[in-house]
Design a protein around this ligand. Structure first.
Ligand SMILES: Cc1ncc(COP(=O)(O)O)c(C=O)c1O
Length: 433
């Protein structure tokens, strides 16, 4: 293991603390991560990232999703650069917006139109406004503990928001048709829309796909009530399918929300809708100063072209499955019980008998020290840029990390980060609901 330094990262954290609340905020903060995890990065290429001190990592977070095809993918960079040479944020949109909408609508079966914004939270909040505009009804059904963004109606930290912000949200248990039916009953004819993610992909939890029966029942209940079925693809979009993810079940949503991968890292998100919602979409007021910027749209046109015309998905899945198999074999050889859940290309890895997650944290930190950026509580992401060499380096690091864990097994101190313990407790309580 080469010696890694972190002095520049530490200095940046100090400077940040003076001028940025907590020095960092939100889901990309390192507040819930072990010491070894760098906060600041200087560059990325393919499946690799370099931290501020110049240490490199095979990166399994992909910028929390956006890096679908590889950092600085040549076709995406070329398209973005060509548009940047002409202009980005202008008095109105560029041709790229129309091309992007045509291409996107052509790829996603349920979609007849597209609207573009910046972040996933813009898209999910716009979907909520549109669902209410469509029917004039109030209630929005959301699965317990599901993240749909940082808006007051959904933030996992309600500090600074009002119960009234969530007054018309009714919660159901994900993948539980009885619970969903019950939520419809509670709403008593007032349901505007139902939000679901393509699969359960929450922090601090094992992941799972819903049953086809749940997906079909959600569609049927929405049809019966003339409510909108909204599938939030912000995290999973184009990592399961080249269409909306529930095409796997033959279920067509009314609205889908997209972000993260759409511009392969350029800031753009989208709301796609079916024909029946078009008239309502014409009537709502949604906009932003940067929503029509042309560079991210040009990047998205190039990203979608690669999604349509390359084997990026099959390559990504093949590499991710190689990694999953290798890690499973290593864990078994070391006699350590682990759970690898969700699709291999969006893996969550937890250790058995690890209620305070001290073992998972120890293992991920040991991998980070060896130049492989794994995450101890958030689902990870594969990129299609992963090479055989990246996987070989990853598996060498994870094997050593297992060895180190085994050696330290009985002496690893309990989880001492109070913020992590609070999140684990909150998850347990939400599961009991
Ligand atoms: C399912 C889902 N919806 C919405 C969002 C919000 O996206 P953003 O962070 O771009 O606002 C996220 C972000 O992680 C997400 O995973």
């Amino acid at each position: 293991m080469t010696m890694r330094t972190n002095s520049k990262d530490r200095a940046l954290r100090e400077r940040a603390r003076e001028v940025i609340p907590n020095g960092m905020y939100g889901h990309e903060s390192v507040a819930l991560l072990p010491e070894e995890f760098p906060q600041f990065f200087s560059r990325g290429e393919g499946a690799r990232i370099w931290d501020a001190d110049g240490n490199d990592y095979v990166d399994y977070m992909c910028a929390f999703g956006p890096n679908l095809l590889g950092y600085r993918h040549p076709d995406v960079e070329q398209a973005a650069g060509a548009q940047a040479a002409l202009g980005d944020t202008l008095t109105g949109p560029s041709e790229a917006m129309v091309t992007l909408a045509e291409d996107f609508v052509g790829m996603v079966t349920h979609a007849a139109w597209a609207m573009f914004c910046k972040n996933g939270s813009d898209a999910t909040s716009m979907a909520m406004v549109l669902a209410r505009a469509y029917s004039g009804r109030r209630k929005i059904l959301v699965a317990h503990g599901t993240y749909h963004g940082a808006s007051p109606w959904n933030t996992p930290n309600p500090k600074g928001t009002l119960p009234e912000d969530r007054a018309h949200i009714i919660y159901f248990r994900y993948d539980d048709t009885d619970s969903l039916r019950d939520a419809f009953r509670q709403a008593d004819g007032d349901v505007a829309g139902v939000f679901v993610t393509p699969f359960r992909h929450e922090v601090f939890e094992d992941q799972f796909l819903p049953s086809a029966e749940f997906a079909r029942e959600a569609r049927r209940l929405c049809d019966d009530a003339d409510a909108l079925l909204i599938v939030d693809e912000v995290r999973a979009g184009f990592r399961l399918a080249r269409d909306a993810s529930w095409s796997l079940f033959g279920v067509e949503p009314d609205l889908t929300t997209w972000g993260k991968v759409l511009g392969n890292g350029y800031p753009i998100s989208a709301l796609l809708g079916s024909e029946k919602v078009r008239a309502a979409a014409c009537g709502i007021y949604v906009t932003g100063s940067f929503w029509f910027s042309a560079v991210p749209m040009a990047a998205a046109v190039a990203t979608l072209r690669t999604v349509r015309t390359s084997d990026y998905l099959e390559r990504m899945i093949a590499r991710a499955e190689e990694m999953r198999k290798g890690i499973a074999e290593q864990a078994a050889a070391h006699g350590i019980g682990i759970r690898q859940t969700g699709p291999a290309q969006m893996p969550q890895i937890f250790f058995d008998d690890d209620p305070d997650m001290r073992r998972g944290y120890f293992w991920a930190a040991a991998a980070v020290r060896r130049g492989v950026y794994l995450h101890p509580y958030h689902n990870m992401f594969a990129t299609s840029a992963l090479t055989e060499a990246d996987i070989a380096r990853t598996l060498a690091a994870t094997d050593e990390a297992f060895t180190e864990l085994k050696r330290a097994w009985a002496t690893i101190p309990p989880q001492s980060n109070p913020a992590v313990l609070a999140r684990i407790k909150a998850k347990l309580e939400s599961r009991a609901r």
